[in-house]
Ligand binder design. Structure first.
Ligand SMILES: Cc1cc2nc3c(=O)[nH]c(=O)nc-3n(C[C@H](O)[C@H](O)[C@H](O)COP(=O)(O)O)c2cc1C
Length: 476
């Protein structure tokens, strides 16, 4: 049973920093479910502090963080009063590994706490957080931080998060948790688990009650996956989000032999349609995502037995979204002038999943921008773990420098067309990597096919609309 009242609209988690605390708070205030993105939050927080935290929100949240010494360490290291010079680089970040440094674990705990705390500020409605199963390494300290801030729902996409329900149970009791990590070429003696013990982080002067165990909603693209998760999960699953191939972000690959359309997009067929009769039989609430951002979409979902819809694209383009106003308005202008296009790129994402890329000049969607970019890995969120010849675990990304990737045993064919999504997504929210010449890494924007329908919410002469406008229109 879900502990929260079922929302009709879930504002889908959108990383990096697109569904930030501001957007999620606006949605939750209206009684629907606002969801912050949990992806890359450690670096989002680090960069916001180096930009001077001009509105003071991060420092306000830190003042409530239950472990004051940890909060102070983060501030002492990262906060730059007034903000760094625009052309100055950000402090180098640490990349996640099976054994993180204590500093990085602390940054994960604190940053997830801050995002959820701010999204919950000023109202009492539930707030959710979204993680990607393809980015497993930061899961444990991140979820613990979000739970310290009282997150009500955890939603996980891009993978099969079978261990997650149990981990939520364990962390809610402040107990040590382990998480199995996918390591390519692993042998029985390969270290494949992240271990995290809250006791090592709770400060001596602090006594904490058990934490709320959030409801858990995996994102699935087939009813058989729902059944499998229910059978194998070691803890409770409270419902499902069912995402179709037109949704923004990563999409599940088509079933069976992959086929591409004439313009190079994956072709989905009848086997990719989720059997909603089976979902209804399971008896848990479910939400439908992927072109449901309209009153008709909500009606269609409810008529199909869903509790409601999960909407991303319509919220990504509203004023509270983390996208910079320039990028947001340029995309809206494109859509309103009939030039909007979201291309399902089968190669771009280092995850290997199809990734929807909004076509926009100056971003990595343009071949010339992609080719001009120097391939390097600075943030490393999408690195995959692999077993090195000496038996230890190494990390590589097919979007990194090709020679470096091949030297780590990667295959040349896996590097073709791969785009540095980590850096690109930070670029979209005004926190892009600063290069040695003071310029920033180009962005890469993801939006769903619903992108072209943004005219439901706004017009050319007034392209700015808000989360309130989206919810009002969707609920008629
Ligand atoms: C900008 C953007 C970023 C997204 N990032 C994520 C993400 O980090 N994790 C995730 O599970 N889904 C992500 N999604 C998918 C949304 O949460 C949502 O399920 C989807 O957008 C619904 O379909 P729609 O785009 O047609 O509304 C993203 C979508 C967009 C538009």
């Amino acid at each position: 049973m879900m502990k929260i009242t079922l929302p009709k609209i879930i504002q889908g988690g959108m990383g990096v920093g697109v569904s930030n605390w501001r957007l999620a708070q606006a949605v939750s205030r209206l009684g629907q479910l606002g969801v912050v993105s949990g992806t890359g939050l450690d670096q989002v927080l680090a960069r916001r502090l180096q930009e001077g935290d001009l509105g003071g929100e991060v420092r306000r949240a830190l003042a409530h963080f239950p472990f004051p010494q940890m909060a102070q360490r983060i501030l002492d290291t990262l906060f730059v009063p007034g903000g760094k010079r625009p052309e100055a680089p950000y402090k180098p970040s640490q990349k996640h590994a099976i054994k993180n440094t204590r500093w990085l674990d602390e940054l994960c705990i604190v940053s997830n706490y801050v995002e959820v705390f701010l999204a919950r500020e000023g109202h009492t409605n539930p707030v959710g957080i979204n993680y990607l199963e393809k980015i497993q390494l930061p899961h444990l300290p991140s979820m613990y931080g979000a739970m310290l801030a009282g997150v009500a729902v955890v939603i996980v996409g891009a993978g099969i998060p079978v261990e997650m329900p149990h981990v939520l149970d364990v962390l809610s009791k402040h107990q040590a948790a382990t998480y199995p990590i996918k390591v390519h070429g692993a042998q029985p003696d390969t270290e494949c688990h992240v271990v995290f013990d809250p006791a090592a982080y709770i400060e001596a002067s602090v006594t904490l009650p058990p934490l709320r165990r959030p409801d858990f909603l995996p994102i699935i693209s087939s009813d058989t996956l729902a059944t499998m998760l229910l059978r194998k999960a070691g803890g409770s699953i409270e419902g499902f989000v069912i995402e179709g191939p037109t949704a923004g972000g990563h999409n599940a690959p088509p079933r069976g032999q992959p086929h591409l359309s004439a313009d190079g997009q994956p072709v989905y067929g009848p086997r990719d349609v989720v059997n909603l009769e089976s979902m209804r039989k399971i008896g848990l609430p479910f939400w439908l995502g992927g072109e449901y951002g309209s009153p008709e979409g909500v009606r269609r979902a409810l008529a199909a037995g869903a509790a409601g819809v999960q909407v991303g694209t319509a919220f990504a383009l509203c004023a509270e979204s983390g996208l910079t106003p320039e990028i947001r308005r340029a995309l809206i202008r494109k859509a309103l002038t009939g030039k909007g296009k979201a291309f399902t790129d089968p190669l771009a994402s280092p995850t290997g999943f199809p990734f929807k890329v909004a076509q926009l000049e100056g971003t990595l969607s343009e071949a010339s921008v992609y080719e001009a970019r120097h391939r390097t890995c600075t943030l490393g969120f999408l690195r995959e773990a692999y077993r090195k010849e000496d038996g230890t675990v190494g990390y590589r990304c097919p979007a990194e420098n090709v020679d470096a990737y091949l030297a780590k045993g990667g295959k040349l064919e896996d590097t073709v067309g791969r785009k540095c999504i980590c850096s690109g997504l930070f670029g979209n929210i005004g926190l892009g990597q600063v290069l040695s010449d003071g310029t920033r890494e180009p962005g890469i924007v993801t939006l769903g096919d619903d992108f072209v329908n943004v005219g439901r919410f706004c017009a050319l002469e007034n392209p700015d609309y808000t989360a309130v406008d989206v919810i009002r229109l969707l609920l008629g």
